[in-house]
Design a protein around this ligand. Structure first.
Ligand code: MGD
Ligand code: MGD
Ligand code: MO
Length: 767
């Protein structure tokens, strides 16, 4: 669909309040296209202008921090797309479901399902007619409650995708525990769970140690496997500022990602955001998928060699000896490993030349303050844990954790995924103050760990999981081995989906299935005590208030809080300390509960969340207090050099499944990945021209990717167009979720069970 409206034209009748600084915004074709297809409701631009600002709503796209002094338009192209997607004037009504059977809809593409617009009414699946039919809220709640009551609580899963507010999340986790389980996997289990597990082990916190300010003071940023231009575009502002003041950005990524390179073209995305082309990466290293352990080890090896030489010649050290002695544990073993590993091994496992790694290491040695940034390129590997442990080692060498301008900065995904974990959505009981909760609500919470995402999938496959409640998300589409999972899914007794838009997970139904539509974050949430604020935690552990102001998409929608409370009330026996109705009528009461459970971090939450930029929860590693087993920051000695889980062999490729610029996870906004120059299709396989030639492939040829995990399972995705792209030998790339049938469920990080969606073993079949 084409759209010729020009957003730079202030007199455009569809965009009455367009008064952003001109800059390159006029060329934001991607945004305009969404405006065109999504028919935004009136007042959309006003909504966008309040996005990520005090008294506005927090963007539902990524978890990037909200600056205390926001830009005039503190949102990015993809944040705008997310808001428009939410505020579309299209509606997916009971009439739609009367017209289309569930079996028919299962044949539709992800894009075609969501483009139908906002869900408007609670629906129940009727297996006899194979249609969703309207159901009254109370009837839905009592039927769901009645079924849950008959089940063993331990056979139910309460999943959460990382969007729901802290208030909803707290109540959802409380509901699970009052009902009797800790089966609270969330999208984090497919994403940054590696971070939660690895950073807890090595520096004693499950999250990053940096705040937004640190980016104003660092001298170097080492950037691993995160695609900023697409997935956290507001991060381009601080990156650009850093680069301009001479901070060196060294990037490790198998793909040349435009958002991390140099910008010279007038059509370029950074110009749109900043009005000016800027070089982002001073060095760009196209590491092999899974090659980061070797790459970081190589840099450390060189740093240690240089350190030894400098000590000999000048008596001065490159390492921060005092920091290492006082604050770390395990250095000697790591040092011995660096000396023992050969440059040949490092080169072959990383795919990088030693000279390139030495150049990168020189930037590190010259920098006083260094930040390590990473995303899915490090976490989604079988040895993702070691990726993060090695990056930690690298920072520890010169005391780059726990001082201003330095530290570890994972870029979290969903807008409140970190916060959900903070307030109790956790399958691991050690992360939750159960004694406190027991006392607060007068009950005995279940003490055994619940299931994470992979374990929940295993339970669905073996039939032990009988019910699945989903607070947002598109679980069956986002997980590995989706072909097998879809078949098993339908065997469950009950599936409940709380959602804003129709997706594939709503079409693979248990014996009883409910589709419960909720308010979106940008919409007004009016309860008995008046309009309600909610809150979220960003990637820098800052908690901010969010207020939706748009009229709800339908009069029949309920808030997520009201839906969770409604199901809980219908399921649980009355408890004098549990007041679902009061909590629904005033969310400040829920914040009081959060503050009571987590007093140190959340005291006075309802007031402090209004601070510009949010309030900071604090971080012990930032203070150099190490809550680890040894009481110190841990150097880890790796036992492997590659992060992948299977050995290389002839014809086997490492497949990277990633996001295009036109999607938010399983939500597909369109078919334009313009930073990578891929248009009109998502059914592609990126491969470098030399590999193409070796394999006898031509550009545009359709091939089948076949799983090559040596486990006897047949996994395949056909009809993928061969697309030449600059990436290392032995690596392929393509899109999530289309390629998820190729990811084995057992192929995950060994410590956190995060699916290893980067570096999936596959081979190419022609014909
Ligand atoms: N617009 C938009 N924004 C989003 C999302 C979205 O889908 N769309 N999703 C949100 C979510 S939930 C998340 S988790 C984040 C995800 O944001 P990212 O962490 O950026 O995730 P991916 O798109 O999967 O890209 C990972 C990057 O890692 C690189 N990579 C792959 N394998 C390796 C490797 O072995 N080593 C290294 N060094 N690099 C590697 C890839 O080339 C790619 O550039 O974004 C969030 N924001
Ligand atoms: N192969 C491969 N697989 C991956 C990944 C990968 O890189 N490669 N990435 C993984 C990662 S990082 C993640 S986070 C997961 C994502 O997994 P999920 O979080 O489960 O999936 P999403 O696509 O974000 O969910 C989209 C749906 O959420 C619903 N929704 C949107 N907004 C709201 C809201 O405000 N409230 C409610 N209740 N519902 C809402 C809509 O119905 C929409 O269809 O996928 C993982 N899977
Ligand atoms: Mo994510």
């Amino acid at each position: 669909m084409s759209d010729t409206r020009d957003p730079a034209n202030k007199s455009n009748p569809d965009m009455p309040n367009y008064d952003w600084p001109a800059g390159g915004w006029g060329s934001m074709k991607g945004m305009v296209r969404i405006l065109g297809t999504e028919k935004p409701s009136p007042g959309m631009l006003e909504t966008l202008q309040r996005q990520n600002k005090p008294d506005g709503h927090m963007c539902t796209s990524c978890a990037w921090g909200k600056p205390a002094k926001p830009h005039i338009a503190e949102f990015c192209e993809n944040g705008a797309k997310a808001t428009m997607w939410e505020l579309t004037s299209k509606r997916c009504t009971p009439d739609f479901f009367a017209k289309h059977s569930v079996t028919e809809l299962r044949g539709w593409k992800d894009y075609d399902l969501e483009i139908e617009g906002r869900l408007t009414h609670p629906m129940r699946y009727n297996a006899e007619t194979d249609h969703y039919e309207p159901v009254a809220w109370e009837e839905a709640f009592s039927a769901i409650g009645a079924t849950l009551k008959t089940l063993d609580p331990k056979s139910a899963i309460f999943y959460a995708s990382g969007r729901a507010s802290l208030e909803t999340s707290y109540l959802y986790a409380l509901f699970a525990r009052l009902y009797g389980h800790n089966n609270l996997p969330d999208s984090s289990n497919m994403c940054h769970e590696t971070t939660s597990v690895a950073l807890s082990k090595v520096i004693g916190v499950p999250v990053g140690t940096c705040t937004l300010d640190d980016f104003e003071h660092c001298d170097a940023i080492f950037f691993f496997g995160q695609n900023t231009g697409t997935n956290s575009p507001r991060f381009l502002h601080p990156l650009q500022a850093a680069s301009k003041r001479g901070c060196k950005i060294v990037t490790f990524n198998p793909l040349k990602e435009k958002g991390l390179e140099e910008f010279i073209s007038p059509q370029n995305p950074l110009q749109m955001l900043t009005g000016k082309a800027t070089k982002i990466s001073a060095q760009y290293h196209q590491v092999k998928a899974g090659g980061d352990i070797a790459a970081i080890l190589g840099m450390c090896k060189f740093i240690l060699e240089c350190d030894a030489k400098r000590r000999e010649s000048t008596g001065q050290a490159i390492l921060d000896d005092a920091f290492i002695a006082q604050h770390t544990h395990g250095f000697d073993a790591f040092k011995a490993k660096c000396a023992a590993v050969s440059w040949e091994e490092i080169e072959s496992h990383s795919g990088l030349k030693r000279t390139a790694l030495m150049d990168a290491a020189r930037v590190y040695m010259d920098a006083d303050k260094v930040i390590g940034v990473y995303g899915m390129g490090l976490t989604q590997h079988v040895h993702g844990f070691e990726n993060l442990a090695l990056l930690t080692n690298f920072l520890l060498l010169r005391g780059n954790i726990g001082r201003p301008g330095a530290g570890m900065s994972p870029v979290r995904g969903h807008s409140n995924v970190q916060g959900q974990r903070t307030v109790g959505i956790a399958e691991k009981t050690k992360l939750v103050p159960l004694d406190k909760i027991a006392e607060q609500f007068g009950f005995a919470p279940p003490r055994e760990d619940g299931m994470n995402t992979v374990e929940a999938c295993e339970g669905i496959l073996d039939g032990s999981v009988k019910a699945f409640v989903s607070l947002g998300g598109n679980f069956v589409r986002a997980i590995p081995d989706i072909v097998k999972m879809e078949k098993a899914w339908a065997r469950m007794d009950l599936t409940v989906q709380i959602a804003t838009k129709l997706n594939r997970s709503h079409l693979i139904n248990g014996k009883q299935a409910y589709l419960l539509p909720c308010l979106a974050r940008s919409e007004q949430d009016k309860q008995a005590s008046g309009p309600q604020y909610v809150s979220m935690e960003d990637t820098f552990s800052h908690v901010s208030a969010s207020l939706g102001k748009r009229p709800p998409a339908s009069g029949a929608l309920l808030s997520e809080v009201a839906i969770v409370a409604g199901i809980a009330k219908a399921t649980l026996a009355p408890n004098p300390k549990v007041h679902w109705d009061d909590w629904t009528s005033d969310y400040a009461l829920v914040r009081d509960l959060i503050a009571e459970t987590y007093p140190e971090q959340f005291y006075d939450m309802s007031t402090r969340m209004h601070q510009a930029g949010g309030f900071y929860r604090g971080n012990s590693a930032r203070e150099r207090i190490w809550k680890t087993a040894s009481g110190k920051a841990e150097f880890t000695t790796p036992t492997m050099l590659s992060a992948t889980g299977v050995a290389d062999k002839a014809g086997r490729f490492r497949l990277i499944t990633l996001r295009s610029n036109d999607q938010f996870n399983t939500t597909i906004y369109g078919y334009s990945d313009r930073f990578r120059g891929i248009e009109g299709t998502r059914d592609v396989i990126l491969i470098n021209p030399a590999e193409m030639e070796r394999a006898g492939l031509r550009a545009g040829q359709l091939v089948t990717l076949v799983g090559d995990a040596d486990d006897g399972e047949d996994r395949r995705v056909a009809g993928l167009a061969v697309t030449p792209y600059e990436l290392p030998d032995g690596c392929l790339a393509g899109y999530f979720p289309e390629l998820n049938p190729l990811v084995p469920l057992w192929y995950h990080d060994e410590h956190s069970k995060t699916p290893a969606s980067k570096g999936v073993p596959v081979r190419i079949e022609t014909n």
